[in-house]
Design a protein around this ligand. Structure first.
Ligand code: FES
Length: 273
C-alpha cells in the first residue's frame, strides 16, 4: 500500500523538496560553465559600482555648487598703515584738516579703511571760531590728533542694524533742536534713531544701538603727539565693524592710500532726545 504522502491525488501534498535546500539567509550557488558563481556577491558588487559612480558625480556637482555659492573668505591678517588723501588726491595733512574742516562742516567726508567696504567719518570737532565751550565744539577728545587733539575718525556703519553713511551722519551744532544726552553735536543714524558721542570714542547716547562705533586710530608721520604732518590710519579700536565678524575679514584691503569722499548727509530730527 502506497504512502498517503506519496499519492498524487491525496489532499495532503508534501512540500517541495527544493525549498528545503535554500533556507532563509543562505546564499544560492548555481553552476555555470566556467564554474560556480555567487549571484548575491555579484549583485552587491554591481550595486556598489553604480552607487560609487552616482556618488562621485553627485559629490562633484554639490562640491562645485558650494564653491560658487560660497565665495572664498577675503580679508587681511593685520591692520595696515594707510595714508589718507584729501578729496583732490593730495596728501591729507593736519594743517589741511584744520583749515578745511571743522565741527560746523555740514558735508560728510568719508574714507574706506581697512577694507574696501568699511567707510569711516573723518571729523574735526574744533570750532572755526576757536575756543570751544562744550556746546559749540570740542578739543582734547578721546583718540584725537592735531593741534587741539580734535581730529577723529569713526566707522560710518551703525552698530544697530548696519545702516551706512549717509543714513548715519554727523550733525553739527544747531542741526536739530534735539540734544541727545545733552549733546549739541553728535553722530545720528536716521534708520532707527541711535546717536553717538564723537567726543568720547563714539559711545552710545541713545538706542536702539548699545555699542559704540569703532574708532580708527590716526597718527602722523611727524610722531606723537601728532600735532602736524601727513595723516595715516593704522588701526581700529572698539567692537568689530557691523556686518563683519572681524573688522579685518569680509572684503579686500584698501591699498596703501585712501582718499576722502564727500557725501551729503541724511538729516532727520524726529528722533528720541
Ligand atoms: S541701523 Fe542705525 S539705528 Fe538702526
Amino acid at each position: 500500500m502506497a504512502s498517503p504522502l506519496g499519492c498524487a491525488t491525496c489532499p495532503l501534498v508534501p512540500a517541495r523538496a527544493a525549498a528545503l535546500d535554500f533556507p532563509v539567509g543562505q546564499l544560492r550557488r548555481i553552476a555555470a560553465a566556467e564554474g560556480d558563481v555567487d549571484e548575491t556577491k555579484r549583485n552587491v558588487l554591481k550595486l556598489l559600482a553604480v552607487a560609487g559612480i552616482v556618488g562621485a558625480g553627485a559629490g562633484g556637482l554639490v562640491g562645485g555648487t558650494i564653491q560658487f555659492l560660497q565665495p572664498p573668505t577675503v580679508g587681511i591678517s593685520s591692520y595696515p598703515k594707510v595714508q589718507l588723501l584729501d578729496v583732490d588726491g593730495s596728501p591729507l595733512t593736519v594743517a589741511k584738516v584744520e583749515s578745511e574742516y571743522n565741527v560746523e562742516t555740514s558735508e560728510l567726508f568719508l574714507f574706506y579703511y581697512p577694507l574696501q567696504n568699511e567707510p569711516n567719518f573723518l571729523l574735526n570737532l574744533y570750532p572755526a571760531s576757536g575756543a570751544p565751550n562744550g556746546s559749540n565744539g570740542a578739543e582734547n577728545v578721546t583718540g584725537g590728533i592735531g593741534s587741539h587733539q580734535s581730529i577723529v575718525a569713526f566707522s560710518a556703519i551703525c552698530q544697530h542694524l548696519g545702516c551706512p553713511a549717509p543714513a548715519i551722519a554727523f550733525y553739527p551744532p544747531g542741526t536739530c533742536p534735539n540734544t541727545p544726552g545733552g549733546k549739541t553735536f553728535y553722530i545720528h543714524c536716521s534708520c532707527h534713531g541711535s546717536t553717538y558721542d564723537p567726543t568720547s570714542g563714539a559711545s552710545n547716547l541713545t538706542g536702539p544701538a548699545v555699542l559704540p562705533l569703532p574708532q580708527v586710530t590716526l597718527i602722523t608721520d611727524e610722531g606723537p603727539p601728532y600735532t602736524s604732518g601727513n595723516i595715516f590710519a593704522v588701526g581700529e579700536t572698539g567692537p568689530p565693524v557691523n556686518g563683519h565678524l572681524n573688522t579685518l575679514q569680509g572684503d579686500y584691503a584698501v591699498g596703501s592710500t585712501s582718499g576722502l569722499v564727500k557725501e551729503t548727509p541724511v538729516i532727520l530730527c524726529n528722533f528720541p532726545s
